[in-house]
Design a protein around this ligand. Structure first.
Ligand code: HAM
Length: 424
């Protein structure tokens, strides 16, 4: 027998018992974003490989070893997007959204990275991301962080820690980078292979290393703050003061550097301790150089993206029943005439009860089997219709979640009675 075909490693189905929680998450986030005046943009999942190389950076884990890159039938090199920022910048530039205007945009969808799968880390995962353009001051940095905080409140998520850092401007970072490289070279014997490789191309990333053998040496490494100019310092101060006044606690983490090259000044991450090693549920920052780097006039930009699989996992851990949905009413239909009548009655009931879940049994089967389905649907009531009821012009209403006895209704009283019962 042929072997069953399975999903690709690290790529998962969202099963029907989980999709209500996904929908709740997506709708809650969309609602908060709309309340701040953000507009949705939808970009293709495939882009030219060059876009990611030029934006995320050649010497990053993503571009070096995680992209799904292939040649299409014309021989063009295409890549499944590993993140949304690059595509969003491309789309905004290409469609003239950045010319003399500000933009507050959001997007959602699947991203692809060929990482080693583990809990919270997948090869296809989903993000909701925000990108803002044309605003240079720290007010918009603070706004996007306030948005994330409001999203957690809307979802009932607590226990997340906000970590904040500044990477300074490109010039400030360059002088810091030189000092850091000198320090790391002086401790070359303590560096692991990965860090030695990064020393030339991306030394700041070494600060982010999780290797405990390097911890002490990295803790003593020089930090960015000595190289920060007045403007960068004031930028960070404004954000810190605004967050404090708005009641959003944060931790300044000078080791927070991020895995993508496009950031300048503000970077931040929201971290949970509920997910083990993959604890970052949302991350972002300012990237003032990226539009120019991709060939446009300089446009300041700030954004973030949250990982939906990780948020779903945290929500499920807090409340295992989160997102559970059930039917309100199940129609048990015995025989062809009842099936036909039932479907028509179902329409009348849905007209009268918008938003309620009313399920007509389809596919036949005996009374016992149909009641089993009715019970599994979680419905509070069943309506039972068979040949005898059709003949008598009646229907049976049976409460499924209480000891109350079933009773017989006249057909023309069904809709009003069900409306009354379900509204109680
Ligand atoms: P990122 O830190 O690479 O940033 O990803 C953002 C979030 O996506 C992470 O914090 C995590 O929750 C989730 N995530 C990333 N990789 C995986 C994975 N393999 N499996 C599951 N979840 C994952 C960005 O992507 C930037 N584009 C964010 C940004 C937008 N910065 C500015 N604007």
């Amino acid at each position: 027998m042929a072997k069953n075909i399975q999903a690709i490693r690290g790529m998962h189905d969202v099963l029907p018992q989980h999709s209500p929680l996904w929908q709740h998450l997506e709708q809650s986030v969309a609602g908060v974003l709309a309340s701040y005046g953000y507009r949705e943009i939808r970009m293709p999942i495939l882009e030219q490989t060059e876009l990611f190389k030029r934006s995320i950076g050649e010497v990053t884990d993503i571009v070096e070893k995680e992209m799904y890159t292939f040649e299409d039938r014309n021989g063009d090199s295409l890549t499944l997007r590993p993140e949304g920022t690059a595509g969003c910048v491309r789309a905004a530039m290409e469609n003239g959204l950045l010319h003399n205007q500000t933009q507050r945009l959001w997007y959602q969808g699947p991203m692809f990275r060929h990482e080693r799968p583990q809990k919270g880390r997948y090869r296809q995962f989903h993000q909701i991301g925000v990108e803002t353009f044309g605003m240079a001051g720290p007010d918009i940095d603070a706004e996007v962080i306030l948005i994330t905080s409001r999203i957690w409140r809307a979802l009932g998520l607590d226990g997340l820690e906000l970590q904040l850092n500044t990477l300074g401007t490109a010039e400030e970072r360059a002088t810091y980078r030189d000092e850091l490289v000198n320090y790391l070279q002086a401790h070359h014997d303590l560096l692991d292979d990965d860090s030695r490789r990064r020393l030339a191309g991306n030394p700041l990333r070494i600060l982010d290393s999780k290797n405990p053998a390097m911890r002490e040496m990295l803790d003593a490494a020089p930090t960015m703050s000595a190289h920060m100019g007045d403007v960068s310092r004031a930028h960070l101060d404004f954000i810190c003061e605004t967050l404090t006044r708005a009641g959003v606690p944060f931790v300044l983490n000078p080791r927070l550097v991020r895995g993508l090259d496009y950031y300048s000044r503000t970077v931040f991450e929201w971290v949970t301790d509920r997910l083990g090693a993959q604890g970052t549920v949302c991350a972002g920052g300012r990237y003032d150089g990226l539009v120019e780097q991709l060939g446009g006039k300089p446009v300041p930009a700030v954004g973030f993206a949250m990982g939906l699989e990780r948020l779903v996992a945290v929500l499920e851990e807090i409340d295992p029943d989160a997102g559970a949905v059930s039917a309100d009413l199940y129609l048990v239909l015995m025989g062809t005439a009842a099936e036909r009548e039932g479907l028509v009655l179902g329409e009348a009931l849905r007209n009268a009860l918008p938003g309620r879940e009313i399920v007509c049994h389809c596919g036949g089967g005996g009374m016992k089997a149909q009641f089993k389905r009715a019970d599994r649907s979680g419905a509070r009531y069943a309506l039972v219709l068979g040949d005898a009821e059709i003949e008598a012009g009646t229907i049976v209403l049976k409460p499924l979640r209480s000891d109350e006895e079933q009773f017989v209704l006249a057909r023309d009283a069904v809709v009003a009675t069900v409306v009354e019962r379900l509204s109680a």
